[in-house]
Design a binder for this molecule. Structure first.
Ligand code: PGA
Length: 232
């Protein structure tokens, strides 16, 4: 099995991906969606939010940093700002991992139970510079569940330097690779020249936990949606 790779000119990437999302939501308005945060999806969210009706959709936020509420890197706040605040009609339900739960392991099990009720119709992901998916860092097995994770050094630095966290987080919570790989459809978004090398490795390195994104090559319905800068 080999993963599909679609490449768009940089200036057209966001429109193309938003257009694909529009078609998906027209066919499946009550979709159960797993959505990421980060720099990559932001332009897609800006295009898609005003033009797609998400009123029947159920959304699962992919991951969360264990940081104080309101920290600029918190994924719940970023999803609200980049996407939810731009919608005319709010989605039917938005689920987010609660980084303040008294027992974070229990919270991850609760969340995975919600996903498993009916699975995910579409999971949209960014590609971490170290090959992570969500916060499934290198070393994550394909069967890994939704769980608390110790963050890789590069992820901790990115939380502070790129996403503005007040302190480097040590822990995160993430939907596991198992529910991601069980999703009926997966779109991996990859943009910008700083992702060229990891995209190449993701497509050509041996499939395995050293590079969690490589597992998508075994998914029956996954596609990489890259801009020309990332495709190199
Ligand atoms: P980015 O993050 O979209 O901000 O590059 C992707 C990731 O680290 O998963």
């Amino acid at each position: 099995m080999s993963i599909r790779l679609e490449i768009f000119d940089d200036g057209r990437w966001a429109d193309q991906v938003a257009g694909r999302w529009t078609s998906f939501m027209e066919e499946c308005p009550a979709a159960r969606l797993c959505l990421p945060t980060g720099d990559t999806p932001r332009p897609m969210y800006s295009r898609a939010a005003p033009s797609i009706d998400f009123g029947q959709a159920e959304i699962f936020l992919l991951d969360e940093f264990v940081l104080p509420a309101g920290d600029p890197a918190r994924c719940d706040g970023v999803l609200r700002r980049d996407f939810l605040a731009k919608l005319e009609t709010p989605p039917a339900i938005v689920h987010a991992l609660d980084a303040h739960a008294s027992d974070l392991d229990d919270e991850c099990r609760r969340f995975e139970g919600l996903i498993d009720d009916a699975g995910l119709d579409l999971t949209i992901l960014g590609l971490g510079g170290n090959g992570h998916l969500g916060l499934n860092e290198p070393g994550s097995a394909a069967e890994s569940p939704t769980r608390v994770v110790r963050l890789a050094p590069a992820t901790r630095v990115a939380a502070k330097d790129r996403y503005g966290s007040t302190t480097e987080p040590e822990l995160g919570m993430t939907i596991g690779l198992r529910p991601i790989l069980d999703s009926r459809e997966v779109w991996l978004l990859v943009t910008g020249p700083n992702k060229t090398e990891i995209l190449d490795r993701m497509l050509t390195d041996p499939i395995g936990p050293d590079l969690p994104a490589s597992f998508l090559r075994e998914h029956p319905s996954a596609v990489v949606l890259a801009d020309r800068s990332a495709a190199g």
